[in-house]
Every structure is written in structure tokens, then in C-alpha cells.
Design a protein around this ligand. Structure first.
Ligand code: DI6
Ligand code: FE
Length: 399
């Protein structure tokens, strides 16, 4: 059988089914950027490849997926980090004009080219560790024009590098100063102008909001979800990060792809997510960087069969993290996720959190040939090491 590329003498973690889907003597064949076959060499058809590589027993996993990032932003918050080290709290800094609003100012000042230029090194760091799909949110522009500018810069990341980019409109991230005291007025702008404009321009693949005391109420979140539905866009939610506003339940009942953070999630929220099949995206980088002590209810999520994804949440304020390998280590060390859960969290379940489960996230025939090839002896090494990158090579869409 003809194929474009063939990888042989490989060990596979296909991530198909529930576990790692391990194949000891495996072969992957690709044609037209799609996986033709991924499985035991013994069962493989006789392939006639244009190009074949012998991997000497290296491991192949699906290309990694970072399903929650704020990669596009102006400036940084290193100075606020120093203030926090000296004892200031995140809330105090925000009240003094820092926080999300300081990044908003820097993002408004930057033009689209500049935002792209600033984000590329962050994207390159993810790619260097085997990422083949990355979600990127807006949320630091907070005007129609600046949010669309962020989304255009995000889309251009996918033209500048061989990687799949999924964009999410997060207009409801923070209240911009010009709407102080009028959060509902800002939500009107999001619902009546921002979401329709992003949808019309094809710039958003999903809509997100920050449902939190320092963000938006459940009622405001619901309005954002209604506008997203009217525009034909799926939703996600930053929920239960700092308190429990029952956002995850709201998200699940709106058919959300994922609810993210979830440290303060309760049993009711877990049950709603399980019923809806909403992915729980845990963000151990933010938990670590904020020195949070309230753990997300991993046992409850597990027991209810809620699919768990993990992601960097790469953002300048609460998770300046551009490593999915370190994210996995934190998921295991801080949240007590198993190796299998960590790997599923950056592959199969991360794909699902983006609505891409038919397209990527496992090594299965018909899916995009997105591979990460590793110089390791066992998959656990990908989770266990800290600050070491064993990536051998990376394939996106068969190339
Ligand atoms: N939750 C977070 O951790 C980030 N956004 C959000 O909704 C914080 C973003 C920032 O501080 O810049
Ligand atoms: Fe976030």
C-alpha cells in the first residue's frame, strides 16, 4: 500500500481508548497528512512508503495540545511578581492599577505585528516540546477593535509556524476602566458587538468568560453564552478559580466544551459536568504561581468520569509558563494526577476541550498525523523529569 511517510521500529502511546494504548513494536503510516495506520508492526499492511524512518525504539505520542493559553499579550508583569515576592497580594496589585488592566494597557498600545512578534517565542517554546495544537485567547484588549486585533494576531501565529491554532474570544475577562461601575454595559458591548463581529470575521473558534468575583457574575456569563450560541460558537469558562460561583454547572448546562481552573468546584458542579461531557481543564501552573492551596477535586472528577485536560494557562499575571512537560510534572506532583492522566490531559482530553477529538489527540487512522517523537525509555519520563526536554522530532499534518 502506498503511503507518504512511515515510522517503524517505534513504541507507541496511541492514547486511543482509556489508557496510554501502548504498542511495543509499532508502526505509523501517513498519507496526505492523515494517519493511515498506527499499531503493531505485525498487523500492518505491506506499505510502500515514499519516505521511511527507523526510530530505534523511540516513543511516539500524539503531538501535544495546549488547550488553554493567553499567548497573545503586550508587556509582562515581572515587576508585579517582585511586588508579590515582597508581600503584596494579587488583589492589592490589581486595585493599584496593576493586574489584568496593566496588561490590557500594554496590549492596546501594541499593534497586531508587535503582538505577533511578542508571542512567537512563547509559541516556539511550546513547539520545541512537541506541541502541535495550541489554543490562544483574547481578553487583554477589551474593546471590539483590540479584541479583534488580538484574535487576528493569534490566527497569524498559525501562518508563521507549523502548528494548529484555535482562537477563543475572551472579551469577558475583566472590566475595562472606561466601563467602571457599568459591568452590564460592557457585557452589552460583548454580546451585541464583540461576539457578532468576531464570528462574522471568522476570527473566533469559541467564546470564553471569567466567572469570578473579580470577573463577571453567573448572570452576565449566561448572557455571554446566549450571544455565543446565537453566533453559532461553542463556549468554555474560567470557573471556580478563586471562589465558587457555580460557573462550571452553568457552563455544563450550556453544553460547554470545557470548564477551566476548578479549584473551588463542588459535587454539584462535578455531576453537571459529568452529565454534559464537559472537560475539566486543570491549570497547575496558575495554582503553583499563585501559591494556591485549595486543590481541585481530582478524586471527585475521576470518580464521576469527567475527562481531565491540563494546560499551561500561559499568561503574564498568574502563569508565565510555556512548558507542557512542566505542566504535566505539576499535574502529577501538585494535583496527584497519574502519568496516564497527565498524558491524556495534553492529548486526547485536550483535543476534546477544543472540540477537536475527531481531528487530533490520538494516534488513530483518519486523524491528522500530529506526532511527538521522544528519546525516552518509558512514557512516565515525560511527566517525571523537570526542566529536561527529550523531544526527538515533531510532525504536524504529516510533515
Ligand atoms: N484567570 C487567570 O488566572 C488569568 N485570567 C483568568 O481569568 C489571569 C490573567 C492575568 O492576571 O493577567
Ligand atoms: Fe486563563
Amino acid at each position: 500500500m502506498r503511503c507518504d511517510r512511515l515510522w517503524r521500529d517505534a513504541r507507541l502511546a496511541t492514547m486511543a481508548g482509556n489508557g496510554l494504548g501502548i504498542v511495543e513494536d509499532g508502526v505509523v503510516a501517513a498519507s496526505g497528512g492523515r494517519i493511515l495506520y498506527a499499531g503493531p508492526a505485525a498487523d500492518a499492511p505491506a506499505f510502500d512508503p515514499e519516505r521511511a524512518e527507523n526510530l530505534d525504539g523511540r516513543w511516539i505520542t500524539p503531538g501535544l495540545i495546549d488547550c488553554h493559553t493567553h499567548l497573545i499579550h503586550g508587556g509582562d508583569r515581572a515587576h508585579e511578581f517582585e511586588l508579590r515576592l515582597a508581600g503584596a497580594s494579587y488583589e492589592e496589585i490589581a486595585r493599584a492599577g496593576g493586574g489584568i488592566v496593566s496588561t490590557m494597557r500594554a496590549t492596546r498600545e501594541a499593534d497586531e505585528d508587535r503582538l505577533l512578534h511578542l508571542a512567537l517565542p512563547r509559541l516556539d517554546a511550546l513547539i520545541a516540546e512537541g506541541a502541535t495544537t495550541v489554543e490562544v485567547k483574547s481578553g487583554y484588549g477589551l474593546t471590539v477593535a483590540d479584541e479583534l486585533k488580538m484574535l487576528r494576531a493569534a490566527r497569524r501565529l498559525g501562518e508563521a509556524r507549523p502548528v494548529g491554532i484555535r482562537t477563543t474570544l475572551l472579551g469577558a475577562h475583566a472590566l475595562p476602566p472606561e466601563y467602571a461601575g457599568d459591568a452590564d454595559g460592557y457585557v452589552d458591548l460583548i454580546c451585541h458587538e464583540m461576539i457578532p463581529a468576531a464570528a462574522r470575521a471568522g476570527l473566533a473558534d469559541a467564546v470564553d468568560a471569567f466567572c469570578e468575583g473579580i470577573g463577571f457574575t453567573a448572570a452576565q456569563t449566561e448572557r455571554v453564552f446566549d450571544a455565543a450560541r446565537a453566533a453559532g460558537l461553542p463556549v468554555k469558562l474560567h470557573a471556580e478559580q478563586l471562589s465558587n460561583l457555580h460557573g462550571a454547572k452553568l457552563a455544563a448546562e450550556a453544553g460547554a466544551l470545557s470548564a477551566d481552573h476548578l479549584e473551588y468546584l463542588d459535587a454539584d458542579g462535578i455531576a453537571a459536568m459529568a452529565r454534559a461531557g464537559t472537560v475539566a481543564t486543570l491549570l497547575p501552573g496558575a495554582y503553583y504561581f499563585m501559591r494556591e492551596t485549595k486543590l481541585p477535586p481530582v478524586d471527585g472528577l475521576r470518580a464521576a468520569g469527567v475527562p481531565i485536560a491540563i494546560a499551561t494557562d500561559c499568561n503574564p499575571g498568574t502563569s508565565p509558563l510555556t512548558s507542557l512537560l512542566l505542566t504535566m510534572n505539576m499535574g502529577a506532583t501538585l494535583f496527584r494526577l497519574t502519568v496516564d492522566e497527565c498524558l491524556a490531559g495534553v492529548t486526547r482530553n485536550a483535543a476534546r476541550a477544543l472540540g477537536l477529538q475527531a481531528e487530533t489527540g490520538t494516534l488513530e487512522p483518519g486523524k491528522s498525523c500530529d506526532l511527538a517523537i521522544w528519546d525516552v525509555e518509558r512514557p512516565a519520563e515525560l511527566v517525571y523529569r523537570i526542566g529536561f526536554n527529550p523531544l526527538h522530532s515533531r510532525i504536524w499534518k504529516g510533515l
